[in-house]
Design a protein around this ligand. Structure first.
Ligand code: GLV
Ligand code: MN
Ligand code: MN
Length: 407
């Protein structure tokens, strides 16, 4: 196993030199390079690769004598990024998966059931707005028609993007056979917070994922001249948008949740004009669904009231809703016991970040390992894990794979 070599071979792909962040969006040239990297890394290890009907990539370490119950142990994550994302969110799980297989082979381990590495596509939903799109399609959590109809900011539909990248958009949808072949899914991920740093532990185990979602708000007003349109006569969509941003902060604080506007598009975007439309995305997450619902309700009410005050209309569309997840307790206990038998203390942590493991957990037993992130920063170039912790992550993953795929 050479974690560094594998890690460094992926590192340049999709990196923006001016920001140091990653722009790896689904079905783009950078995505294609990431896919080629995955296929090459799998081939170097004599793993059998295949791309499923939903553009998810799989690399199979087949077991020579599979038992009657041949359900596989699948590990992996995603290669796509948020705009200017960090290097670790997603790729760490995939590089660690290949490295863990190397380690198990070096130790002479022969799996009694198949082991696979999966790279789920469009996990961040950065291009088409729906988080964990690849695993949602695989499981049927989103319909093929709803997915195909999604458009990116340039108006390109998901169907067009897939076709342009050589994938068949007509074939997307649930894949019951593939899903049934997964006995357990285990995702290693950089921690997106600093609980492990505070606890002085390199490795953690996920307890569950907060319910969360994204809502698109379209404010429509009236474009006008910034230097001549009287304040009283304006229909400025920027004002209800601003009210919604402030309400999000207030509602989140009041309900013990998180609410964020991280993306906004003002059209036509002249510095010397009142704009005609503002499109903004609310991301909201909370420990309980009631608190999340209250937060979103308060933000949308504030947006609607401010829109009415300013003669602006607002249309709200939920884009990506993810219910709460509690990971399979039995699997979690097996993971904890396997790690603890090797002297690895791994605290159990909740998270507000979404993952394919969360989507899959509604169908198949799933678990997650977290690797310490000293600053806690994620979805940004400053995201970081120390080399020693990455190696500890590979060791932990290998231990758990051996436990689940062994006799
Ligand atoms: C994915 O990383 C998310 O939590 O949005
Ligand atoms: Mn992410
Ligand atoms: Mn991720």
């Amino acid at each position: 196993m050479n974690f560094d070599e594998l890690w460094n071979s992926l590192l340049p792909i999709g990196r923006d030199d001016s920001t140091g962040g990653y722009r790896r969006f689904s079905w783009t040239a950078e995505d294609e390079q990431c896919r080629a990297w995955f296929t090459h890394s799998a081939a170097q290890r004599n793993l059998r690769t295949h791309c499923d009907r939903n553009s998810n990539l799989w690399a199979w370490w087949d077991s020579p004598e599979p038992p009657a119950d041949t359900a596989a142990v699948v590990t992996g994550s995603h290669l796509d990024s948020v705009p200017d994302g960090g290097a670790f969110d997603g790729p760490l799980g995939i590089v660690s998966a290949f490295a863990a297989i190397d380690l198990l082979r070096e130790r002479g381990f022969a799996p009694a059931r198949p082991v696979a590495v999966a790279a789920f596509c469009e996990e961040e939903g950065a291009r088409f707005g729906v988080a964990c799109l690849g695993s949602r399609l695989l499981t049927g959590a989103i319909t093929p028609d709803a997915a195909r109809a999604r458009r990116d900011v340039d108006g390109i539909s998901l169907a067009e993007a897939m076709a342009a990248a050589g994938h068949d958009p007509d074939g997307i949808g649930p894949d019951e056979d593939l899903l049934a072949s997964i006995g357990a899914y285990l995702e290693l991920h950089i921690e997106q917070g600093r609980a492990l740093a505070d606890l002085d532990c390199a490795i953690g185990i996920a307890e569950g994922i907060w319910p969360h979602g994204r809502w698109r708000l379209d404010f429509t007003g009236q474009a006008d001249h910034a230097g001549t349109a009287a304040l009283a006569g304006r229909h400025d969509p920027m004002l209800p948008y601003a009210a919604a941003v402030l309400a999000a902060r207030q509602a989140a604080a009041a309900n013990g949740t998180l609410a964020t506007f991280g993306k906004v598009i003002a059209e036509p975007g002249g510095a010397n004009a009142v704009c005609s439309t503002v499109t903004a995305w609310l991301d909201a997450r909370g420990p309980q669904e009631t608190a999340l619902r209250a937060t979103v309700g308060e933000v949308l009410a504030a947006a609607e009231q401010a829109a009415a005050r300013h003669g602006v209309t607002v249309a709200v569309r939920p884009e990506s809703i993810t219910p709460p997840v509690t990971f399979d307790l039995g699997l979690r206990e097996r993971v904890t016991a396997a790690l603890s038998a090797r002297g690895i203390t791994a605290p159990v942590l909740p998270t507000g970040a979404g993952h394919d493991a969360g989507v899959l957990s509604a169908w198949r037993p799933a678990a997650m390992l977290f690797v310490r992130n000293p600053s806690g920063v994620s979805h940004a170039p400053a995201e970081h894990a120390d080399a020693a912790d990455c190696v500890a992550g590979v060791e932990a993953l290998a231990v758990v794979l051996a436990e689940l795929a062994g006799q």
